[in-house]
Design a protein around this ligand. Structure first.
Ligand SMILES: Cc1cc2nc3c(=O)[nH]c(=O)nc-3n(C[C@H](O)[C@H](O)[C@H](O)COP(=O)(O)O)c2cc1C
Length: 508
């Protein structure tokens, strides 16, 4: 299902009983975090929150702020237009496995799948709601200021006539006490490879320096940074477009670890079963979703020195300390008249990002299985904040197979960041951390069953000796085979007879 706007998604959430409205003014400085964090820490991710009157320095912003909109399995599925994330994953898995039809019935099924796929390709349109309000800074300069001016206080939104926005009246949060400033937390950052023209959309947070500039936090190994390096090599200005809102599936696709060169809008079009309409920006040649809520256009200038970004209370549960990143200069802001500002917070898990990351794992499990058919299931437990810890179950048929999987995973895209991989047998539920820990403790001889290696690390990892370089530990917690240096008989797991269980249950 395709959403026409972020507001459309919000109203679907409300109808499904997944949204709480907060109509009193709440400060974007820390207070929204406190309320959202309580929600994210409650059972099954709590509810999405719509702050109708977020305040910026005490003045009500013209735009409401929605947060935790993907922070549960149900809301994550809704944002993907599916009834469950598993259903979306099974559909995609079916496509990957698609073979030539063996019967008419199968041919019809494949045809409908192919039609769905046709919807995937984005199409260019002339105009869109994201341009209902246009502010070009060249024509209408905003004074550059380091201090945050007071926005006009808007007590009654119904009588408020939306004005062209500057960044400074968006309800951009200061999330945590030691944050270096305000940050866009759900921006979809669009860039193009100058050599191939291939587009990339990545989610990289952005620190607001003033009304016209922001930090561009694309990390070393991300596609936006790779595009950036090419512009730095040639010394030419790099066009960048940032969009927020629109169909919520865009935000998910921006976070998904797609291979470099695979268009995020193809995945978005496939998931929403409708191609993504794209409209050209006002001040550069990039194309953004016509139904986005906000578009922030601009550029990065390679001749300009990097600027410190941070600190920022991060996914890791710790603050990421200031580091130099490129400066994004804003040339235009366009937005819907009734735009809703989408936001999230990251911090000590579990947070909303657990569901976003886990949805990616579920969706791309078929791709992992295609490469490694012995993989049964995979989980990235919330405590591991994405990259730190991966549990994987395999159907083991030969000695040292667990090690093949560890090395294979460390070599696959963003799995390179994984610090700890624990491989278990197929009968272990990797989504049950307690079950995995039981097998880990019971089935391993620590020295024999573990391997250390080195590789690229997440730049956010504060524990590595040097940034972006680290060691990795793989643990083989599968049942051992004779070829693995294990010379004793392997004992059976204690399991009650099925007949006895049924008798006691009273089912026979
Ligand atoms: C809420 C959220 C915030 C994120 N912030 C950043 C960030 O600031 N910098 C970054 O490099 N990756 C960040 N990520 C992870 C990237 O979005 C993710 O690695 C994505 O696959 C990158 O896309 P790319 O491979 O096209 O570069 C964030 C993810 C989420 C869910």
């Amino acid at each position: 299902m395709a959403f026409d706007s972020f507001r459309d998604f919000i109203s679907q959430l409300e109808q499904a009983g997944e949204l709480k409205r907060i109509s009193r003014p709440v400060a974007t400085e820390l207070e929204i975090t406190e309320l959202a964090n309580r929600e994210m820490k409650s059972a099954q991710g709590g509810k999405a929150l719509l702050f109708e009157q977020p305040t910026v320095n005490g003045a009500v912003s013209p735009f409401p702020l929605a947060i935790n909109t993907m922070g549960s399995w149900k809301r994550m599925a809704m944002s993907m237009g599916a009834s469950s994330v598993d259903e979306a994953a099974a559909e995609l898995g079916g496509l990957i496995k698609a073979r030539p039809p063996a019967s008419f019935r199968e041919a019809i099924r494949l045809l409908s799948t192919a039609l769905d796929l046709r919807h995937a390709r984005p199409k260019i349109v002339k105009d869109g709601p994201c341009k209902e309000v246009v502010l070009k800074f060249e024509q209408n300069p905003v004074p550059r200021t380091e201090s945050w001016p007071k926005a006009p206080n808007v007590a009654d939104r119904s009588t408020f006539e939306p004005q062209p926005s500057t960044l400074l009246n968006l309800p951009i949060q200061k999330c945590w006490p030691l944050d270096g400033g305000r940050f866009l937390t759900l921006p979809c950052v669009l860039t193009k490879d100058p050599d191939t023209g291939e587009r990339n959309v990545g989610m990289y947070r952005m620190q607001i320096y003033d009304g016209r500039t922001a930090g561009m936090h694309w990390q070393l190994q991300k596609v936006g940074a790779r595009h950036g390096r090419r512009y730095y090599e040639s010394g030419t200005r790099m066009p960048v477009a940032v969009f927020l809102g629109g169909d919520p599936v865009f935000a998910f696709c921006a976070t998904a670890p797609l291979p470099d060169g695979l268009d995020e809008f193809l995945l978005a079009g496939y998931l929403r079963k409708k191609s993504v309409p794209l409209v050209k920006c006002e001040t550069n040649d990039l194309e953004v979703p016509a139904n986005a809520d906000f578009v922030i256009e601009g550029y990065v200038d390679p001749r300009e020195p990097l600027r410190e970004e941070g600190s920022f209370g991060d996914h890791t549960g710790y603050y990421t300390l200031p580091e130099p990143y490129p400066v994004f200069h804003i040339t235009a802001i366009t937005h819907r008249k009734d735009a809703v500002y989408p936001a999230t917070i990251v911090g000590i898990p579990p947070m909303e990002d657990f569901y976003i990351g886990s949805a990616s794992v579920k969706l791309f499990l078929p791709v992992f299985k295609m490469n490694f058919p012995e993989i049964v299931d995979m989980a990235l437990p919330a405590e591991g904040v994405f990259h730190n810890l991966v549990f994987v179950s395999i159907r083991k048929t030969y000695p040292m197979q667990a090690y093949k999987i560890m090395h294979g995973l460390w070599g696959m895209g963003q799995m390179m960041f994984t610090k700890y991989i624990v491989v278990v047998d197929e009968d272990v539920d990797v989504h049950n951390t307690s079950d995995v820990l039981f097998r880990l403790c019971a089935n391993t001889d620590p020295q024999r069953d573990s391997i250390f290696t080195r590789g690229p690390a997440d730049v956010l990892d504060h524990a590595t000796t040097e940034m972006a370089i680290g060691s990795k530990l793989g643990i083989d917690a599968t049942r051992k085979m004779p070829g693995e240096g294990f010379k004793r008989p392997w004992p059976p797991l204690i399991v009650m007879d099925e007949a006895v269980r049924k008798r006691v249950d009273g089912t026979v």
